[in-house]
Design a protein. Structure first.
Lengths: 393, 347, 317
């Protein structure tokens, strides 16, 4: 994808210039929350956006630009070149058709087999995804959530695509089923040397499954690099916040210290000026409100769009991840101006000031928030106290 | 931060105080349709929640945790067992339930669905006050509840509609609506599951703050073990209608003893060791296996370890008793007990 | 509900402000004003609806000012100003009827009855239908089964036949017409409202209301009704048009109040006077057009109201 831009009718700029590459057989994870444009990206790939959406840039699939293809070629590419496992398998399956027929549908549409052949292939695909071939005669409502998701994956594989896009494939599923599905996807993609783009809001899941990871915020990629590295040591403050949002169990620092960001993900119709993340950023500088940040080098094959990253950056302060509760309580009323005006985070001359982070909660701590800042600092001690206290009979 | 209480859980009452909510032998059975077997959603649960304590109830879908939570609030009538609140058993007459509702409140999963789209924020929060007949200034109470929930200044939100708010703000409105009645217990069913990851932390911090400021107890139903690690004092793991392991979060989540808990923890992305991915689907509460109800999917039994420990037969046929509701560590597993009988006796 | 005497009163009416800020009543008023303004802004975008509304306003004005413009003696047979069945002329723009009364005057005078009966009958019908629909949807169980079977019974009954029977059995008056139409057209509303009630009650905020301690009345009035209201409003406007047509039909069949002038009655008189065969179009056509135009105007309004109110049931704009 080169400089992809998507604007919906009504002015919402869902994607504002995204560059991504994926090699054959590689697995790329795209992380982000609601409104960041990740699902739009997936739909744009196969030109599935609603009419009226303006698309700019290029999407090269095997060298061919999807956006300028003729209609007939687009239809041929859909499913045979790249396929999508949609979010919410509940609603992506037609309730009145048997699942076997639905899996066979793309095969027949692309005229790859006779009806009998298509049925046989559907049975094979079901076996590949871990369901007995006999289930092809079941209706979607007869299957559980995990089984429906497997059917969706089987459908995506039906025409032997070169690329599979999985949009939140495990979001509505239990932890165990999620593990099963992820394992399945990994296995299939490895066997058949298919490229995979996985979209999710759970950074940990992506770090486990993918080779590379891109974090999106407000329609842009704000960080990109090898998955493990981006997860363990994110350079962009938003990437850091995302990876801290789901704590590691056993880590005393996150015990009684849930971490999040004040405010909400921005509405694509009203993106903040300058760096889109600045209203919520714990290490924002004055210039972040006016100057948008391009992606800069942040190591080997890593990029991050932050003023603190790059060869000429100031070193970000410690504990820059915002401990929840040390963000301002006004954060929720946040029109952009309010968040930007929030005093404590700004200083003159571009020097950053930690937003009452883990280390010294004093100035930011007000009534009722002693929990957040203080616990972060005293994390280890409190965990031990707890342990001692609760095992005493 | 206040003085004498240790940092970890400043609100929790000392062990000697009677629990705020106490459940004994709870059973909730749903009749099957058209002759199908009855579903034993909750099949014998003892649980205690003390004042100022946050208990996490974890399990997969179908394990009965949602039904259990709702029966604690009187929204579902139990078919057996007893729920005791503040020393008095729960009455199920309309009047008794209404009085109970002032003291125990509910926060649901989907904030968009929990709010009537045609009511303003003010009406939504004031609803509880109007139902129970609030003697006092309604406006002040609503403003106070909204600011406690983190929406400041509250007046700006009075006339807004839910669709004008973000997900996190909606969940705060739901919480404010529950707080306005000044309850002592909050039951939260997946409070952050539908929210964005970056907003999750704020809502969880809010729950912790409420515990500190108001001494609010909470039962948080979730499938997310990380959430339990973040805010809960104790955790109870449910499987097929029974609690299979319970204890302090530090113990259960770092040194789990039940094979089910171990499997759940092992599949988390950051977990050490190899993931134990259980095969098959979560089972149907209409067909509960005999013996240990987990034995059909149990990796310990399947791998022969249970046999080596000499409990394989017990796993298949030996019933396990209901775990006690208190806060000591307990596990309902033949193998775990055989492996570490000393620890079991002490806990 | 206990009340304190000093500065606070009951919970629903706030005291005039502590700090100059409005109390709950003022807030509610403000909110209502804002939502009415919003509704009107949306409504204006539907051309057809605006046309329909303008037409209705015109007719209503005509009907309301009828006592001033034509006076009640326009239907007096004895003082008829013109010759019977005169064709349209300068003096009588729409000619005269068989008794020599000005047809234009009769048309204007008759609009009162037609509109009034249509409105009343529709309101009655929707009231019954909504009540049954909401309670059947909320309470379920045997009550709902019984009510829905009764609804089905009325649904399959030919409306007109039942209306005729009622109008025949009871005295011939406007009230009878209103009653006859009202009790035969409610089933459609009942079924729609019940379906919507079932849908609304499956949403989480109903469970929340129960968890807050709300009883049946609270849930039905504060939660179900506001969400069902758009449907009811849209149904009302649609039913008004069919009620007007039904009234015209009944009057045409001779079941209306003979002392009262209505458009349907005019049509019946026209038929009896032989206008069809003698080509006295001015007798037949204007009332017919009047009925059709009013019914159409209500339908257009109803459609526009539905279109405006429905999207708001969704979560995000």
């Amino acid at each position: 994808m080169r400089d992809l831009k998507v604007t919906y009718p009504g002015g919402a700029a869902a994607v504002r210039g995204v560059d991504l590459t994926l090699a054959a057989g590689e697995k790329l994870g795209i992380a982000g929350e609601s409104g960041c444009g990740k699902s739009t990206l997936a739909l744009a790939l196969l030109r599935l956006l609603p009419p009226g959406a303006r698309v700019g840039g290029e999407i090269l699939l095997d060298g061919e630009d999807v956006l300028t293809m003729k209609w007939g070629r687009v239809r041929a590419v859909r499913w045979a070149g790249a396929s999508i496992v949609f979010q919410g398998a509940m609603h992506s399956l037609n309730a009145v058709h048997r699942v076997g027929d639905q899996i066979a549908e793309p095969i027949l549409l692309h005229r790859r087999a006779t009806p009998a052949g298509a049925r046989r292939r559907a049975g094979e695909l079901l076996e590949q995804v871990g369901l007995p071939a006999a289930r092809a005669s079941a209706y979607p409502h007869e299957l559980s959530g995990g089984q429906r998701q497997r059917v969706m994956i089987a459908m995506a594989l039906a025409c032997d695509p070169r690329l599979i896009v999985a949009d939140e494939p495990t979001t509505a599923l239990d932890v165990m089923i999620q593990a099963q599905i992820l394992r399945l996807i990994e296995g299939l993609v490895g066997e058949q040397d298919v490229g995979l783009i996985m979209i999710s809001h759970d950074l940990a899941v992506l770090a486990d499954t993918c080779d590379r990871l891109a974090v999106m915020y407000a329609g842009r990629v704000v960080e990109e690099g090898p998955a493990r590295q981006v997860y363990d040591d994110a350079r962009h403050p938003y990437g850091r916040a995302l990876s801290e949002a789901f704590p590691t169990i056993g880590d005393p620092a996150s015990r009684f210290a849930p971490r999040g960001l004040p405010g909400d993900p921005p509405d694509p119709a009203a993106v903040p000026s300058g760096c889109a993340f600045h209203p919520r950023c714990p290490v924002a500088l004055d210039l972040c409100a006016t100057r948008d940040q391009p992606l800069r080098d942040a190591g080997t094959r890593r990029r991050a769009a932050c003023v603190h990253v790059g060869p000429d950056a100031t070193v970000p302060p410690d504990g820059a991840g915002a401990t929840a509760g040390s963000g301002t309580p006004e954060g929720d009323t946040a029109p952009v101006a309010n968040g930007a005006a929030e005093g404590g985070k700004r200083a003159e001359g571009g020097k950053p000031k930690p937003a009452g982070g883990a280390a010294d909660g004093d100035d930011e701590v007000a009534d009722g928030r002693s929990g957040g800042g203080g616990r972060g600092a005293g994390g280890v001690a409190s965990a031990e106290d707890d342990g001692v206290r609760s095992s005493a009979p | 931060m206040s003085s004498t209480v240790p940092d970890g859980a400043p609100g929790v009452a000392p062990d000697s105080a009677p629990p705020l909510l106490s459940v004994r032998g709870l059973h909730v059975t749903f009749p099957g349709r058209r002759g199908a077997a009855a579903a034993r959603a909750v099949d014998g649960v003892d649980l205690d929640i003390r004042r100022g304590e946050i208990v996490a109830l974890v399990g997969e879908s179908g394990c009965g945790k949602t039904t259990l939570a709702r029966s604690l609030l009187g929204l579902v009538r139990p078919t057996g067992g007893r729920v005791t609140f503040d020393g008095a058993p729960l009455g199920y007459s309309a009047r008794a339930l209404k009085a109970y509702r002032r003291r125990a409140q509910l926060v649901l999963q989907d904030p968009s669905g929990s709010l009537n789209p045609r009511h303003t924020v003010y009406d939504i929060v004031a609803e509880g006050l109007r139902i129970h007949g609030h003697a006092g200034d309604e406006r002040t109470a609503v403003a106070e509840a909204l600011s406690r929930a983190g929406l400041r200044p509250p007046e700006r939100f009075f006339l807004r509609y839910p669709h004008e708010l973000s997900g996190g703000q909606r969940q705060r409105v739901v919480i404010a609506g529950a707080l306005v009645l000044q309850p002592e217990l909050l039951v939260a069913d997946e409070p952050v599951a539908s929210l964005d990851a970056s907003v999750r932390g704020e809502i969880l911090a809010l729950l912790l703050r409420l515990r500190t400021e108001l001494g609010l107890s909470a039962l948080v139903v979730t499938h997310d073990l990380g959430l339990a690690w973040n805010i809960a004092d104790r955790v109870a793991v449910m499987y097929l209608g029974r609690i299979v392991e319970t204890g302090a979060v530090e113990q259960v989540l770092t040194a789990p003893r039940h094979p089910y808990t171990q499997a759940l923890l092992s599949v988390l992305p950051e977990a050490p060791g190899a993931p134990v991915v259980l095969t098959g689907e979560p089972p149907d509460p209409a067909y509960i296996p005999g013996g240990c109800r987990f034995h059909v999917r149990c990796p310990v039994l399947a791998s022969g370890e249970a046999g080596r420990a000499g409990v394989a037969d017990a796993c298949r046929n030996g019933e396990l008793e209901i775990l006690r509701g208190g806060d000591e560590s307990q596990v309902a597993c033949h193998w775990a007990r055989a492996e570490r009988p000393a620890a079991e006796r002490a806990g | 509900m206990s009340t304190e005497t000093t500065e606070t009163t009951e919970s629903t009416s706030g005291p005039p402000a502590k700090s100059g800020a409005p109390g709950p009543r003022a807030l509610a008023r403000r909110r209502r004003r804002a939502s009415v303004a919003r509704f009107w802004k949306e409504y204006r975008k539907h051309r057809a609806g605006v046309v329909g509304l303008a037409t209705l306003v015109l007719f209503v004005l005509v009907a309301l000012t009828a006592p001033l413009t034509v006076g009640s003696d326009v239907d007096s047979v004895t003082d008829a100003p013109g010759q019977p069945l005169e064709s349209p002329s300068g003096r009588f723009p729409l000619g005269t009827d068989q008794f020599g009364r000005s047809l234009l005057g009769l048309l204007i005078w008759g609009s009162r009855v037609s509109l009034l009966v249509g409105l009343l009958a529709a309101v009655l019908s929707v009231l019954i239908g909504a009540l049954i629909g909401i309670t059947a949807g909320h309470f379920r169980g045997w009550y709902a089964t019984v009510m829905m079977r009764i609804t089905d019974w009325f649904l399959v009954m030919p409306t007109l036949v039942l209306a005729i029977v009622l109008a025949t059995v009871l005295s011939r008056s406007l009230g009878t017409i209103v009653l006859a139409i009202g009790v035969t057209t409610w089933p459609t509303t009942a079924r729609l409202v019940r379906a919507q009630t079932l849908a609304v009650e499956s949403r989480p905020y109903i469970e929340r209301a129960k968890a807050l301690g709300g009883g049946h009345w609270h849930i039905m009035s504060r939660h179900v009704l506001p969400n069902v209201m758009p449907l009811i409003l849209a149904q009302t406007t649609l039913i008004i048009s069919s009620a007007i047509l039904a009234e015209a039909t009944l009057a045409f069949l001779g079941l209306g109040d003979p002392a009262v002038v209505s458009w349907g009655g005019l049509l019946q008189d026209a038929r009896e006077a032989g206008s069809v065969s003698s080509g006295d179009w001015w007798y037949l056509v204007p009332p017919g057009i009047g009925i059709a135009v009013v019914a159409l105007a209500f339908t257009l309004c109803g459609r526009a109201v539905e279109a405006v109110l429905n999207p708001r049931l969704g979560v995000s704009r």
